[in-house]
Design a protein around this ligand. Structure first.
Ligand SMILES: [Zn+2]
Length: 136
């Protein structure tokens, strides 16, 4: 659900590709390569809600790993190159693929978390399940 006061709010995919603020679409999301800024420099949105944890790394390693492994297998079956060719092409390809997609995927997950208002689950009651106060 987009904020009505920000009509140019990006979709999660667009925010991910631009690595920008999920509310206004203008401010920067990152302070460093993967470190989130404390707040948006344009609209002031506090990024304290953002906690993608290991999600970006998992999705990137899985996706890039499947893709690179498929290319590796195809090259091996079709061309049968020596192993050093794989070492100088597959390993850097995996590394570059992961590094190039990690920021957009993390930004996409933060934007999806913001738009869906996703947060850690909370219990309404911490009491015991077998405890019935009417029997007392
Ligand atoms: Zn913003």
């Amino acid at each position: 659900m987009a904020d009505a006061s920000y009509p140019n709010a990006p979709t999660p995919i667009r925010a991910g590709l631009k690595c920008c603020c999920p509310r206004c679409g203008e401010g920067k999301l990152f302070q460093g390569f993967l470190k989130l800024a404390p707040a948006c420099d344009q609209c002031g949105l506090d990024y304290g809600f953002a906690d993608p944890a290991d999600g970006p790394a998992f999705f990137v390693m899985s996706g890039v790993g499947i893709l690179v492994t498929a290319v590796f297998a195809w090259v091996e079956v079709v061309y049968r190159p020596p192993m050093w060719v794989h070492l100088v092409t597959v390993f850097p390809g995996f590394l570059l693929g992961c590094l190039m997609t990690l920021r957009p995927v993390k930004s996409w997950l933060v934007a999806a978390q913001y738009i869906n208002k996703a947060e850690e689950g909370r219990f309404e009651s911490l009491g015991r399940h077998d405890f019935d106060s009417r029997r007392l």
